[in-house]
Ligand binder design. Structure first.
Ligand code: MRU
Length: 339
């Protein structure tokens, strides 16, 4: 079951997915979104498909080919978040490791692997939260965040929002500035929803207000999530993150990224090589189903941008805080990850 995030916060509708096609559709249409969440969803999609094929009594050879096609299709859903490809690689490896088994046995192993990916994500997020709090020596921190990086974007708890939750638990949090995150409004619709549910104090602002509040000395740190981090620390995250990082640098506000090791793509040297998803410009010219621009207005909609590593004070991972942010420190810190 997938909570349809497009309808939040006004409606909580659950969508049942019984095969990989339906899961792929849920990812493409943003019913499920957020880098770790789409990775885990894809893994479950593959497991569902494997069970469906095994139940149909497919031969071992056909099963292998059908699963390769399934994983390939899941990989075509969204291009930027590397967690999707990381999860698919894990499922591919499990498929190869179990190639000697009958389809039913392989399907059971794939289901266990999807379950492991989901369970690990919860633990990883808790560790990110713990490491993140160690960066804050004072109480009453006012944290600004962008997009949604909480339970909705992960399996549970969250990355940047996990650090915010951990700060609240440690009585180190005063309040959260929530960027609305135009055009898709992940901040207004989803982060505000999660913080309200938790009873954590927050104030919703439009993205253009961040500089104003930094100038006024009302932001102690910025914490965001990530969709893909290159070997040198350049970080792709929701569109608007780069502008925030520039503002934070100017105002000497520390800018932190919180992400699991599965968000690092050590195969690419810098952020220039990160593919940026281009979404429907209609999501810019329309707001909640209402046109907000003259008919025929041209619009652009890159869904992510890349923040150069020089603007990032530290990256918080489940293995610890990467600071200073160098290629070597990244490799040393996440070297022990399960790839
Ligand atoms: O387009 P989305 O909503 O999937 O983008 C999500 C983000 O950019 C998040 O900040 C990122 O995935 C980190 S989620 C823990």
């Amino acid at each position: 079951m997938v909570l349809d995030q497009r309808l939040l916060p006004n409606r909580q509708d659950w969508v049942e997915c019984t095969d990989a096609n339906q899961v792929a559709n849920a990812i493409v249409t943003m019913q499920v979104r957020g880098a770790p969440a789409i990775g885990a969803a894809a893994a479950y999609g593959a497991a569902l498909q494997a069970k469906k094929l095994a139940d149909q009594g497919i031969s071992g050879e056909q099963f292998g080919q059908a699963m390769a096609d399934t994983l390939n299709a899941l990989g075509k859903t969204r291009p930027t978040a590397v967690n999707l490809f990381w999860a698919i690689s894990r499922m591919e490896r499990k498929l190869a490791e179990t190639s000697g088994l009958k389809p039913a046995g392989q399907a059971a192993s794939l289901a266990a692997e999807a379950e492991a990916i989901a369970e690990e994500d919860v633990l990883v997020n808790r560790r990110i939260g713990q490491h993140g709090t160690s960066l804050f020596t004072q109480d009453h921190n006012r944290i600004l965040t962008h997009c949604n990086t909480g339970s909705l974007a992960t399996v549970e708890y969250g990355t940047a929002l996990g650090v915010i939750r951990a700060l609240a638990d440690a009585s180190k949090l005063a309040s959260v500035w929530v960027d609305e995150t135009r055009p898709y409004l992940q901040g207004a619709r989803l982060t505000a929803f999660e913080l309200a549910e938790d009873g954590i104090p927050y104030t919703l602002i439009t993205d253009s207000m961040a500089g104003h509040f930094m100038h006024a000395g009302q932001v102690d740190a910025v914490i965001v999530g990530a969709d893909r981090i290159a070997a040198n620390g350049d970080t792709a995250n929701k569109i608007g993150t780069y502008s925030l990082a520039v503002l934070a640098k100017y105002h000497r506000v520390p800018f932190y990224v919180a992400a699991p090791s599965s968000t690092f793509d050590l195969n690419i040297a810098s952020g220039d090589q990160i593919p940026i998803e281009q979404r429907d410009p209609g999501e810019v010219t329309n707001l909640l189903g209402q046109s907000i621009a003259p008919p025929g207005t041209a619009a652009a909609h890159p869904a992510f941008d890349v923040t150069p590593h020089e603007l990032i004070a530290a990256i918080i991972t489940e293995f610890g805080v990467v600071q200073p942010l160098t290629k070597e420190m990244i490799a040393n810190t996440i070297g022990g990850r399960k790839s």
